[in-house]
Design a protein around this ligand. Structure first.
Ligand SMILES: Nc1nc(=O)c2c([nH]1)NC[C@@H]1CN(c3ccc(C(=O)N[C@@H](CCC(=O)O)C(=O)O)cc3)CN21
Ligand SMILES: CC(C)C(=O)C(=O)O
Ligand SMILES: [Mg+2]
Length: 265
C-alpha cells in the first residue's frame, strides 16, 4: 500500500512519542525513489552532494543553481518522504532577505518542503525567523559545520571542551527560539547531544552525535559503501561499491568474450 505523505507536525510528534526520526540524503531521482520506497521519513538534499556526486573536496563550491537542479530531480522521485534541502555556502549569509530569496527559489522551483542552514550566527538566526515568518520551515544545524571547514581547520568533532559545549548548546537554543522546526547535531560528544535533546522541545537529528538524539541522519552513499572517504562515524550497511565494480567487470568480460549479447531469437 502506498505510504501517506509525511508532514511536519508528524515529525515533531515523533519526539513526544519517543519514536526516532529516520533521515538520509539523496541527490537525484534514482536515489530519491530508493529512499522513498524504503520508508525514510525525511530526505535531505544535502550540499554533501558536492563531495559525493560532484567530486569536490568540500561543500563550498556548490551553488544554489546546482542545489535547485538536484532538488528538482529528487522531488520527482518522492511520493511520501518529507523533503528538506540545504542552502549552500553564501546563499544565506548576506542577509535574511538573501536567505528568503534563496529559500524561496528552492520552494518555488524545486517544491522542497523545508530548507536547512548551518550555524546560529546573528544573520542565520534572523534568516531563520524571516523564513519561518514567510511560511518556510527551517531545519537548524549546529556542531560541526562543514561550510566552515577552512575556519575550523578540518572536519573534527566539535564541543569537546566545556566552553565549546556551552556555545553549541546556546546555538541550539537560539535556533529553537528563532523558530527552527528541528535541529541537526553534527559530530559532537553524545553527552552534549543528550543535553541539547533534553533541553529542547523540537527534535534533534544526530550525525555522529550518539544515541540520545530524536532521530538520525547519514549520507546515503556512506551507508552503502559507495564513498572513498566516509566519516569515522558512518556505518556501512552494504558494500555496494565492491558489488557494483564486480558486476561491471563481469559485463566488460562478457562483451569482450562475446558472451553478451546472446544471439537474437
Ligand atoms: N560523504 C560524506 N559524508 C558525510 O557524512 C559528510 C560529507 N560527505 N560531507 C559533508 C559533511 C562532512 N562530514 C564529515 C566528513 C569527514 C569527517 C572526518 O573524517 N572527520 C575526522 C577528522 C578529519 C580531519 O581532521 O579533518 C574525525 O576523526 O573526526 C567528519 C565529518 C559529514 N558530512
Ligand atoms: C550531513 C548532512 C546533515 C548534511 O548537511 C549534508 O549531507 O549536506
Ligand atoms: Mg550539508
Amino acid at each position: 500500500m502506498a505510504r501517506r505523505p509525511v508532514t511536519l507536525p508528524q515529525l515533531q510528534q515523533k519526539k513526544q512519542h519517543g519514536d526516532p526520526i529516520t533521515m538520509l540524503t539523496a541527490w537525484d531521482y534514482l536515489w530519491a525513489r530508493l529512499l522513498d520506497a524504503a520508508g525514510v521519513d525525511v530526505i535531505l538534499v544535502g550540499d554533501s552532494l558536492g563531495m559525493v556526486a560532484l567530486g569536490y573536496s568540500t561543500t563550498l563550491p556548490v551553488t544554489l543553481e546546482q542545489m535547485i537542479h538536484h532538488a528538482r530531480a529528487v522531488r520527482r522521485g518522492v511520493t511520501a518522504s518529507f523533503v528538506v534541502c540545504d542552502l549552500p555556502f553564501l546563499s544565506y549569509h548576506e542577509s535574511p532577505e538573501q536567505a528568503l530569496r534563496s529559500a524561496g527559489q528552492l520552494v518555488k522551483e524545486a517544491e522542497v518542503q523545508a530548507v536547512k542552514m548551518e550555524g546560529a550566527s546573528p544573520v542565520v538566526c534572523a534568516a531563520t525567523q524571516r523564513l519561518v515568518e514567510a511560511g518556510i520551515p527551517v531545519l537548524g544545524h549546529v556542531g560541526l559545520l562543514p561550510q566552515r571547514v577552512h575556519q575550523l581547520g578540518g572536519l573534527r568533532q566539535q564541543g569537546k571542551t566545556e566552553q565549546a559545549a556551552e556555545a553549541i548548546l546556546a546555538d541550539a537554543i537560539a535556533l529553537a527560539q528563532a523558530g527552527a522546526f528541528a535541529l541537526i547535531l553534527e559530530h559532537i560528544p553524545s553527552e552534549l547531544a543528550q543535553r541539547i535533546t533534553a533541553k529542547l522541545e523540537i527534535p534533534t537529528i544526530g550525525i555522529g552525535a550518539g544515541p540520545h538524539c530524536d532521530g538520525q541522519v547519514l549520507v546515503t552513499a556512506d551507508v552503502l559503501g559507495l564513498t572513498p572517504q566516509a566519516p569515522p562515524f558512518a556505518p556501512v550497511y552494504a558494500d555496494l561499491g565492491t558489488q557494483a565494480i564486480a558486476a561491471l567487470q563481469q559485463y566488460c568480460h562478457d562483451v569482450r568474450s562475446r558472451i553478451y549479447p546472446p544471439p537474437q531469437p
